[in-house]
Every structure is written in C-alpha cells, then in structure tokens.
Ligand binder design. Structure first.
Ligand code: LMR
Length: 342
C-alpha cells in the first residue's frame, strides 16, 4: 500500500515537472513601423534578446518591423484591443489615443539637442506624460531616442519661402500640421509605410524625418535635396496594454522591466551615431544633395516657426510647455525679437 502511494506521489511530481517544462512560452508581439537597422529597430531586437535570455525561454518576443503587422493608426487600435502587446510609436502619434500633450515634443526648436531632450524624457515631465496613458488602458514603459529631423524635397529648401505650396507629408500631429503651415507648405498626414511611394509618385513633394528613417526607407533616392535643419525632434514611447502587463506573472514582469531598462540605455546610446552615419550614407549615395543652412537662413526658419509655440499652447497646455521650458532652460518666447535660445 505504502509503495503504491509513493509511486503515485512520484508520478504526480514527475507529471507536474513535465507539464511545467512543456508549458508554452508567453508570446509578446512587438510591432513597429521602421526598418530593423534603425535606432528603434535595433533596440527592439536587443530587448527581445535580453527578455528571452533573462526569462530563460518563458517569454518569446515576436518583433514585427516595417509595418509588417500594423500601420501607424491600426497599431494603436490593436494595442487597445489586445491584438498586439507592445509598440514604440513616435511621440507625434499619441493624440489619436487621447493624449495630445505628447505633441509638446513636436514643437519646432524646443530642444537644442539630446541633452535638453533627456531633461524631459528622464525627468518628472516625461513621467507625468507617461502617467496620462493609464486612463486609456496603456502603460508607458520607456522613452527611446531617435533624433533631430531633416527636411527633404525635390527642390532646395533653404528659406521658408521655398516651402510655399509644397505638399509635405507629416505624422498625425497637429503641431506638425501647424509647423508646415507656418512655412507656407500644405501638410498631408500619411502612414509611414506609404511615404516612399507617395514621394516617388509625386503624391507629396517632400517630408521630414531623422536621417535614420530617411535613409533606411530609401526616401533620399526619390528626393533631390535634404536640408540639415534639425528643426524638431522625433522619438518614441514604448507602450504596452496595461491589463496584459498587469496579468503577467510578477517575476516575469520584473525580468521584462529590467530588460526594458537595459534596452533603453542601449537605444539611447546608439541613436545619435546612427543618425550621423545615415546622413553620411545619404551624402555618399550621391542621390540627394545635403543642404547646410547658413546662420542667416537658420534664423529665418526659426523666426517663421516660433509662432507655433504660442499658436498651439491651447492644444498642448501652456503650463506643460512652460514646464518643458523651465526644465530645459528655454526662455519663454514672446515674439520673434525675443527668441530665447532659438
Ligand atoms: C514617421 O511616421 O515618420 C515616424 O514616426 C516613423 C517612426 O516610427 O520612426
């Protein structure tokens, strides 16, 4: 009788052990719209590597780059529905989720460089913005850098007057809409995956993006001129469906959060260099001419764009804009004669 009982216990233990060993991994689908060889693409791959190693195979991260799974607008809806688990949309794409405050990052010339930007993304303002996602059922995990934007077209864009009447592709941000209008251009919202073809066929005349996106999507092959304007920033927030994230076993979630911290350090260490390299590759390709602005030309761009800060204050919140100015040391812009640092 005792032997039988012992055998039964051993069998039950072996069965439980085998069942655990055979347990299906938790699959996390991570969708994004850019190429693998970009700051975001590389960071997503690095997160996958760390997450799978640290959870010893209990988690599988399936990364879908290049809009393979969803385009810009669809991916936000899919996250809320739970059809995809993790995204890293550009900060210019959060208004359709109901958090238009993220568009503060789109204000022209609001950051002098990465150092300024990090005062926001690693400080209380960045934290507050991520917190605003919670009521939308979304949890913000991190900010990932990309870089400062260039403008491209088939005509040389040196002064604001050069933009007059050009159809310029933008992301869905109303700040970017106002920015293009301030330059005299006609903004056209379009999914990232459609931009190359739209430029090639002349549906739009030009666009803006950091060099890493321009180069990896081969946009420079269908744009004769690229102006090194650094007129605005483009970066990301990594987000997950809150319910999904909270439902993960606590130990797994902790390991994934650790992997995200390290992937973020990695992302933000490669972005600047990647953009510099890709701008150099655009130049080396000989397909588009890189235009460097003179001090006078840059001042004219700034003078034309400065009004967007005040024009859009009601949309983003004057207080939030002021918080960014204060954190970065940016002087409040009253008029084009008092430009602060811009
Ligand atoms: C764009 O749509 O231009 C970018 O936001 C794409 C990206 O995710 O970098």
């Amino acid at each position: 009788m005792r032997t039988k009982l012992l055998s039964a216990v051993i069998f039950a233990m072996l069965f439980a052990f085998a069942a655990t060993a055979m347990a299906e991994p938790i699959v996390i689908k991570f969708s994004h719209v850019v190429a693998v060889d970009t700051p975001k693409g590389q960071a997503a791959e690095y997160f996958k590597k760390l997450a799978e190693e640290r959870t010893k195979g209990a988690v599988t991260i399936q990364v879908y780059p290049n809009s393979q799974l969803y385009k810009d607008k669809e991916e936000m809806e899919a996250l809320q529905l739970g059809s995809v688990d993790m995204l890293a949309p550009s900060l210019a794409k959060f208004a359709p989720l109901g958090v238009k405050e993220f568009e503060v990052f789109d204000l022209p010339y609001i950051f002098d460089g990465y150092e300024d930007l990090h005062k926001i993304t690693t400080g209380p303002v960045g934290k507050k913005l991520l917190g605003m996602l919670e009521v939308k059922g979304i949890q913000g995990l991190a900010y990932w850098d990309n870089g400062f934007k260039v403008m491209s077209a088939n005509k040389a864009l040196k002064t604001p007057a050069d933009f007059k009447g050009l159809k310029m592709r933008i992301q869905s941000s109303k700040i970017l809409d106002a920015q293009m209008r301030a330059l005299g251009a006609i903004p056209q919202v379009m999914a990232f995956s459609e931009v190359y073809q739209a430029l090639q066929t002349g549906v739009v005349d030009g666009t803006e993006n950091p060099p890493s996106n321009l180069y990896t999507q081969k946009m420079h092959e269908v744009q004769k001129y690229v102006t090194f304007s650094n007129h605005g920033y483009l970066g990301y927030a990594v987000i997950v469906n809150k319910k999904f994230w909270a439902g993960l076993p606590a130990d797994i979630r902790t390991q994934l959060e650790g992997a995200m911290v390290d992937a973020t350090v990695y992302a933000n260490s490669i972005a600047k260099q990647k953009n510099e390299e890709d701008l150099a590759s655009v130049k080396a390709s000989g397909k588009s001419e890189i235009i460097m602005l003179s001090d006078e030309e840059r001042a004219a761009w700034k003078a034309a764009l400065v009004k967007v800060h005040t024009e859009m204050a009601d949309r983003i919140g004057a207080d939030l804009i002021q918080e960014v100015y204060t954190a970065t040391g940016f002087k409040k812009i009253k008029n084009t004669k008092n430009l602060g640092r811009i």
